[in-house]
Design a protein around this ligand. Structure first.
Ligand SMILES: Cc1cc2nc3c(=O)[nH]c(=O)nc-3n(C[C@H](O)[C@H](O)[C@H](O)COP(=O)(O)OP(=O)(O)OC[C@H]3O[C@@H](n4cnc5c(N)ncnc54)[C@H](O)[C@@H]3O)c2cc1C
Length: 455
């Protein structure tokens, strides 16, 4: 077994915790996890508000691609799981269309259905030889102008907050359902709801404590002496002296760094990173996320009884997605009967300004307009949470920028992984992030190759 020496792990989110757990599992005892926040879990933390509602930082569900990840979760969560079948919808012109929209055109009115089908057929016939240069071109070329203009372009603008021409296409893989026109026609003929697409059609959720219970559980598997939480936000990484300096003034020596802090911020914290690496890191783009939780009593529309989440392409509301969070587990709302909860996600970016002070009111107005919040539903709690780093934007030059940065970092024995450590949206869920950490530790100690997130 190789010896990575003293390992400092920056961040106690899923990636950092999975790295620490794996080091410990393999018998490596010389490591320390540092985080500025006092609770482990990062973006996968859950918060209990003053009125007894539990909130996640956006709709977090578990649909793993990896057995090792599932085993880790089973070991960490003692309260049991609730298994769900996804019930996802698009709210379009005052009706719910099953997700994915493009497979369920039979639900549209005659005029829109015709427009979508015509666009799809034209796109199918007239495929140009050259590849689309960006996501903005890819959407109408793949789905036709009807579906693009009615739903996919506005929804993606609302979700990402960047011009779609800035975004590449290498990430779309299993994140966007590419249409099969024969299947779509057959769905229209048979009146079938074709809602089974995608990796998250079945998912599980902890019975108690929200998503955060998982990562509190993983943290508890790591002996306390390896965890430094609260005040241990890394401000500077010195690659010559091989130390990190934290906001509370503490200094920690290292031989190897596993960083899960945002890659651009990590590069800024290394004073002597050469210009190509620094420049490449400066090209990375991200959006912030606002989570608005609405805790309710009574008046839940029956249309929401079974729903998991809904997408909102229309311009009347600020949110791109709303989750009926109380449907994930009854433990997320107070015990007395009648309580339920809605959680909305709003993107903020340099191109999409969000007025923080009035956002909750705007969300409530939108939910009322969209029929999700009837007047007899009593709002008894609201919760507003903002994360500066919400979505790593898959921009056109992203892959090359990451390659350049990772090369410079690894020369210095600094390995960056995770949602914003790796900056690859398509492999930035909890399972990807945790597996990237496990694979990295296996590479450092066992010389095994990485596959999930290597830059
Ligand atoms: C809206 C939304 C919805 C999502 N939905 C899902 C889903 O349904 N399913 C799913 O699997 N995943 C989902 N995710 C992704 C999931 O949150 C991430 O996969 C996971 O949190 C990534 O873990 P991480 O450790 O890489 O990063 P993070 O969770 O961001 O953790 C990083 C940690 O590093 C710490 N840190 C940052 N800077 C420093 C510093 N300078 N010094 C010390 N510590 C630092 C932070 O405090 C944080 O604790 C979603 C994310 C968002 C935002």
């Amino acid at each position: 077994m190789r010896d990575p020496g003293r390992v400092v792990i920056i961040g106690a989110g899923p990636t950092g915790l999975a790295a620490g757990h794996r080091l410990h599992e393999l018998g490596h005892r010389d490591f320390l996890i540092l985080d500025g926040r006092s609770v482990p879990g990062g973006l996968a933390t859950s918060y209990l508000d003053a009125r007894g509602f539990t909130w996640d930082v956006g709709g977090h569900v578990q649909f793993s691609h990896y057995e090792a990840y599932d085993r880790l979760l089973d070991k960490a969560v003692h309260g049991g799981w609730i298994e769900h079948r996804r019930s996802a919808w698009i709210w379009f012109k005052n009706r719910f269309i099953p997700y994915p929209f493009q497979n369920n055109l039979g639900h549209l009115d005659e005029e829109d259905r015709h427009r979508c089908l015509e666009g799809l057929e034209a796109a199918n016939k007239g495929r140009p030889n050259a590849e689309p240069r960006n996501f903005g071109e890819w959407i109408p070329r793949t789905f036709g102008t009807g579906i693009a203009e009615l739903v996919l372009t506005p929804l993606n603008l609302k979700t990402w907050g960047y011009p779609l021409e800035w975004m590449g296409t290498s990430w779309v893989g299993d994140r966007v359902a590419v249409p099969d026109i024969e299947r779509i026609r057959e769905n229209i003929r048979s009146g079938r709801n074709d809602d089974g697409w995608g990796p998250n059609q079945a998912f599980r959720y902890p019975k108690r404590g929200g998503t955060g219970a998982i990562w509190k559980g993983v943290a508890a598997l790591i002996p306390e002496e390896h965890l430094r939480l609260g005040g241990y936000d890394v401000l500077a990484v010195d690659a010559h002296a091989r130390t990190v300096v934290c906001g509370n003034g503490s200094v920690h020596p290292w031989d190897t760094v596993i960083s899960t802090m945002p890659l651009d911020a990590l590069c800024r914290s290394i004073s002597d990173l050469p210009t190509p690496g620094r420049r490449a890191a400066g090209e990375l783009r991200h959006s912030a996320i606002h989570i608005i939780g609405i805790g309710l009593r009574d008046g839940r529309p029956s249309a929401l009884d079974q729903k998991s989440w809904m997408y909102f392409p229309m311009g009347n509301s600020p949110y791109f997605r709303a989750t009926v969070l109380s449907n994930y587990s009854p433990s997320l709302v107070p015990e007395e009967p009648g309580h339920w909860s809605l959680m909305c996600e709003v993107c903020e970016s340099p191109f999409r300004h969000v007025e923080g002070d009035t956002l909750v009111a705007e969300v409530i107005r939108g939910l009322r307009e969209d029929g999700l919040l009837p007047v007899d539903a009593r709002i008894i709690s609201t919760w507003h949470h903002r994360e500066e780093y919400g979505y790593p934007t898959p921009t056109v030059g992203r892959d090359e920028a990451i390659r350049v940065v990772m090369f410079e970092l690894e020369k210095r024995n600094i390995f960056s992984r995770g949602r914003f450590g790796g900056w690859k949206y398509e492999v930035s869920n909890q399972d990807h992030s945790a597996m990237a950490a496990i694979e990295l530790v296996d590479r450092l100690l066992l010389d095994k190759p990485e596959s999930t997130q290597r830059g």
